[in-house]
Design a protein around this ligand. Structure first.
Ligand code: GPU
Length: 837
């Protein structure tokens, strides 16, 4: 293709293909200019934060060539682009990732030395991460954006620029305390506000029918209030490519500073009310991971960002002179769970009401453009909107949903004559009890593909969650197993391992992760295995020092680092892990712990602020940690640590330093998991159930390199059917009884026998997540872990094989599957004069 004429400002370095602005000298010059002109600081008095800002602006400048070249190529030669709609993008720190993808980490470090900074890390530590997501779902969206760019697929991630992201977590007296996340307070250098591309969004009001100039009956929406969405764009550079994609996050603003009518009649407070109301729209992220609260403001947020995004996509066609009928030719719209599922109705509204399209044409366009990813089977996470709430906020959308539903139910009547039950079951409107709109049904009916996020999960979507839909449209349902980006999660998070890999198998694994297979040739090389173990040890030393600095607990890096980091949830069963720790503690106390590996058991994760049991589990972990760590009998044998404020940045320190990855959810409950992948590719062994992507991890690394335990989905279902009684399992386990007795006596709560009672009652009463049923087998698997740890060379070999065989879990592979099987998009070739090195 032709080099593009970008009419760029051309500072000398950008035109020099040898340097392309990427050498240490021009990074230094860029920093100096930004310190002076952008930040108003002189180099000698610049703080670390100033230097972080200056370096970030200098790096951002170096993204702009690629960013604008990508945009310009899409304008000049339009092709299909991905719109990834997600209420969450948990992108993590930006500076080091952009340095890595540009290939200038060393140049940046050299530039910093001229400001008296010895290591890049000192500046990276200053960066505040935008916590615009809760956990796995939001982080997946971020990995996918990075892989899209690395695979040179044109894409926009559409989401919300929350002013306050996920709360910061403090631990006080063992309890979680939530602090507002003021991530914007120091200024965030990675976004470009684009106020001239603002969009209007309506809410509430009513609809009215009218006859158009062709004599047809139409409906129109007269909203009661409006908000404005201002795009804030974040460049997303691929790894060593010229493609720079875009994350477009919408910030809500008021339509008018004042309602002048209300102002003129003297109603000052009424006049400012609309302004105040619409500005709170993008104020805060809902901190619930996989639980639907059915809150009005949440539905407003969803409609706000979806409407802005679809308007933006339509406008991009208009701007390039492309007909709206070609929408599916230029956009493929992916719904990250049902949070953006209102898109099905909103795209219909934009096409029918604004573009005056007829129903069939609009439905054809919508259903050929939209696809839906399901991320959970948990009933409490399936979004349902109360009908009254929905109609008061989105009356026109409800009309459209009724019509979508009417036509769908008609189809069902033809397929299953006389079967009223199936109509009730599949209807978008839930008529049992108080009426509600089922968003998963709307998404499934409107989408051309529905996918789950791991093989087991996608099967369960078909057999358990939406079986009748799967029978009706078998070709709609598919699987794309999740993946994570090897750039952030290995190359950047684990430089020690990366260096070792680069030396022995070359650097190619970073963009083609299956090449890690070459490591298998080293599996019997004693010297290499020793090197492998020493590399892990040196990473563990860094985490040990972090733990000491942040919790005051001294841990021994030579012990087995046994780690469970993820959101706190009963189905993830952190309490199963804790009960096992208590058993180990008791065995040490009773002199029955021969052969037990000395361990450091590490927990981290946030609990939803309104989830009482999860918060009590945090208190429980900290109670056990306090007792264990204060007991001299445990010295050198057992330590328990709760790492406060687990986030992306901390994850980057934790995964590389782990020996054992705890993936112990009740079978059938974890859709996929993605932390499990990050651990395995960094050489941790997994102890886990047959749940989510654990199943595929075990198949790939080999059963002999994975510690399996627990009941299968079928066995759990059998237990449920036969009337599960946790008491029977407890009675068969004297050690478990003893553990429960100690908790009840207040042994881990300074004698307070009431503190953990709700947890005990839950486990001994209903035990909804089968903790007691899986306990004995979990303990057995943990003994196998201890035994394996005694033969360190063998452990290192298993660790190496975990890294070698988990290239499948690169998000490049996942994105490749989406492109091929769902989106039908291909790469964009951008020619610019200054290629990356
Ligand atoms: N997940 Br639904 C979330 O993190 N938040 C949600 O609201 C929903 C799902 C997770 C799943 O629990 C996890 O198993 C999966 O790996 C992840 O989404 C990405 O698919």
């Amino acid at each position: 293709s032709q080099p593009l004429d970008l009419r760029l400002p051309t500072p000398g370095c950008y035109n020099d293909p040898e340097r392309a602005g990427l050498d240490a000298k021009s990074v230094f010059d860029g920093m100096t200019e930004h310190l002076f002109f952008t930040l108003g600081k002189l180099a000698p008095t610049a703080s670390r934060h100033d230097l972080y800002m200056a370096l970030s602006y200098a790096v951002r400048d170096r993204l702009m060539m690629r960013y604008l070249a990508t945009t310009e190529a899409m304008r000049a030669h339009p092709q299909k682009s991905v719109a990834y709609l997600s209420a969450e993008f948990l992108i993590g720190p930006q500076l080091n990732n952009n340095l890595l993808n540009l290939g200038i980490q060393q140049e940046a470090e050299a530039a910093l030395r001229n400001f008296g900074i010895e290591s890049l890390q000192q500046i990276l530590d200053v960066e505040e991460e935008p916590g615009l997501g809760n956990g796995g779902l939001g982080r997946l969206a971020a990995c996918y954006m990075e892989s899209l760019a690395s695979l040179k697929i044109p894409a926009t991630g559409y989401g919300i620029r929350y002013e306050f992201g996920i709360f910061d977590q403090l631990i006080r007296d063992g309890w979680q305390v939530e602090i507002t996340d003021k991530w914007l307070k120091g200024g965030w250098p990675w976004e470009l506000p684009q106020p001239d591309e603002a969009c209007f969004v309506g809410f509430g009001g009513r609809t009215e029918s009218y006859i158009d100039d062709k004599g047809s009956y139409r409906s129109r929406w007269i909203p009661a209030e409006h908000a404005i969405g201002i795009p804030h764009d974040v460049p997303v550079l691929g790894y060593r490519v010229n493609i720079c994609d875009r994350l477009r996050l919408w910030r809500a603003d008021a339509t008018e500073s004042f309602d002048f009518y209300a102002f003129n009649i003297g109603d000052y407070y009424g006049a400012v009310e609309e302004k105040v109301g619409s500005e709170t729209l993008s104020k805060v992220l809902y901190p619930n991971d996989g639980t639907d609260e059915g809150r009005r403001l949440r539905l407003k947020q969803q409609h706000f960002f979806v409407s802005c995004s679809l308007q933006d996509m339509l406008r991009s066609l208009d701007n390039r002179g492309l007909p709206v009928e070609d929408f599916p030719k230029y956009w493929t719209v992916q719904l990250n769970d049902t949070h953006p599922a209102i898109a099905v109705a909103e795209l219909m509204r934009l096409l029918i009401d604004d573009r005056h399209m007829d129903w069939d044409k609009a439905w054809d366009i919508t259903s050929r453009s939209v696809a839906y990813t399901n991320h959970t089977l948990l009933p409490e996470a399936l979004e349902k909107w109360d009908l009254n709430l929905f109609s008061s906020l989105l009356p026109r959308h409800l009309e459209l949903i009724y019509e979508i539903n009417r036509r769908f139910l008609q189809q069902l009547r033809l397929r299953y004559p006389g079967n009223d039950a199936i109509q009730r079951k599949l209807s978008i409107i839930d008529e049992d009890g108080s009426k509600a709109v089922r968003m998963a049904h709307l998404a499934t009916i409107g989408a051309h593909h529905v996918n789950g996020v791991a093989a087991l999960h996608s099967d369960l979507v078909k057999t358990d969650l939406l079986p009748e839909f799967a029978e009706l449209w078998p070709e709609k349902f598919t699987n794309v197993t999740n993946g994570v980006t090897p750039r952030r999660w290995v190359a950047l998070a684990n430089p020690e391992l990366s260096t070792l890999l680069n030396e022995h198998i070359g650097e190619d694994w970073i963009s083609n992760m299956e090449n890690l297979r070459k490591l298998e040739e080293r599996q019997n090389d004693q010297g290499f295995l020793e090197h492998w173990g020493n590399t892990k040890l040196s990473v563990k030393r860094k985490l040990a020092s972090y733990i000491h600095r942040n919790t005051g607990v001294l841990v021994d890096p030579s012990t087995l680092f046994d780690v469970q980091v993820k959101r706190i949830h009963e189905y993830k069963r952190q309490h199963l892990n804790v009960l096992q720790v208590i058993t180990q503690y008791l065995r040490i106390k009773n002199g029955q712990a021969d052969g037990m590996a000395p361990r450091t058991v590490i927990f981290g994760g946030k609990a939803a602020p309104g989830y009482y049991m999860a918060k009590l589990i945090i208190r429980f972990i900290n109670g056990i940690a306090e007792t264990v760590n204060a007991d001299p009998d445990m010295d050198g044998r057992l330590r328990v640590v709760f790492l406060p404020d687990y986030n992306v940045k901390l994850g980057e320190q934790v995964y590389p330093a782990s020996d054992l990855s705890e993936q112990i959810s009740t079978a059938g409950k974890e859709a996929s998991g993605t932390g499990n992948m990050k651990f395995a590719m960094n050489g941790a062994l997994t102890i886990g159930t047959l749940d989510g992507a654990n199943v595929e991890i075990r198949e790939l690394v080999g059963a002999e390199n994975f510690f399996l335990f627990g009941k299968t989905v079928e066995e759990i279902n059998d237990l449920k059917r036969s009337g599960y009684n946790p008491g029977a399992f407890i009675n068969a386990m004297p050690e478990l009884q003893e553990a429960l007795r100690l908790i009840e006596m207040g042994h881990f709560s300074n004698g307070d026998s009431e503190l953990f009672r709700p947890l005990l009652d839950n486990l001994t009463g209903h035990d909804p997540f089968f903790v007691m049923a899986d306990f004995a087998d979990y303990l057995r698997a943990q003994e196998a872990v201890s035994l394996a740890w005694t033969d360190r060379m063998h452990w290192n070999r298993m660790s190496l094989l975990n890294t070698a065989r988990t290239g499948f879990f690169s998000s490049d592979r996942s994105i490749g599957e989406y492109c091929e099987n769902i989106w039908n998009v291909g790469p964009l070739n951008v020619d610019i004069t200054c290629d990356v090195r």
